[in-house]
Design a protein around this ligand. Structure first.
Ligand SMILES: C[S@@+](CC[C@H](N)C(=O)[O-])C[C@H]1O[C@@H](n2cnc3c(N)ncnc32)[C@H](O)[C@@H]1O
Length: 187
């Protein structure tokens, strides 16, 4: 099971939903679109890679943006859900190496630090613009109280300091990036 499927456990959310990192490879965008259509929640997905963007533009219930999620989130308000899965870490992509992808979309070389900083920026923007009830799920993030690693390495401690509670976490095996964490805040 992937982390984004945990959204079905939060049926009381109201507001706008956003995904950083669009795609069909792991199925998050079509899965979330279907869920949010049923919940009558507006759903945005953002990806700076035109190849990823083109894969999701035709799905019902998706407002797709060919932009960095930071830019898209800055234009939204009343955010009740964020699935933060930008960048790629973990298993090597079957279609294209990360370095190639990130050079192709104008990022320069891929770095774990930049990846964590980008997720921190997204989390800060969501926190500032959050609805009363807000759930944020980070993919590829190992969560333990004494050690947080991966995409959410900087963002998870930030959200916890702002009153979000980690309510679920999964790690396929110790230190693998096949991991995710769910945080929620009810104001
Ligand atoms: C792991 S993939 C997303 C997979 C997708 N969620 C799925 O389930 O199939 C990561 C994506 O993040 C995108 N990305 C990189 N930087 C980003 C940013 N700042 N905002 C949004 N997406 C970003 C990459 O172009 C890549 O397509």
């Amino acid at each position: 099971m992937d982390g984004y499927t945990r959204v079905v456990e939060h049926l009381d959310l109201k507001g706008i939903a956003v995904e950083a990192g669009s795609g069909t490879d792991h199925g998050s965008t079509p899965f979330l679109a279907e869920h949010f259509i049923w919940q009558k929640i507006e759903f945005h997905t953002a990806d700076p890679d035109p190849i990823a963007y083109r894969k999701v533009i035709d799905f019902d219930g998706v407002i797709a943006h060919n932009e960095r999620a930071e830019k898209v989130i800055a234009g939204l308000n009343n955010i009740c859900f964020g699935y933060l899965d930008g960048y790629d870490i973990g298993d090597v992509d079957k279609e294209e190496s990360y370095q190639n992808r990130y050079r192709r979309i104008g990022y320069g070389d891929f770095s774990l630090r930049e990846c964590a900083e980008s997720h921190l920026k997204q989390a800060m923007l969501i926190e500032e613009r959050s609805a009363d009830k807000c759930v944020v799920i980070f993919d590829d993030t190992n969560f333990r109280w004494n050690k947080i690693r991966g995409k959410g390495a900087l963002a998870v401690p930030y959200l916890i300091a702002k009153g979000f509670q980690p309510i679920d976490a999964f790690e396929e095996m110790e230190d693998s990036y096949a991991a995710w964490v769910v945080l929620r805040r009810d104001k």
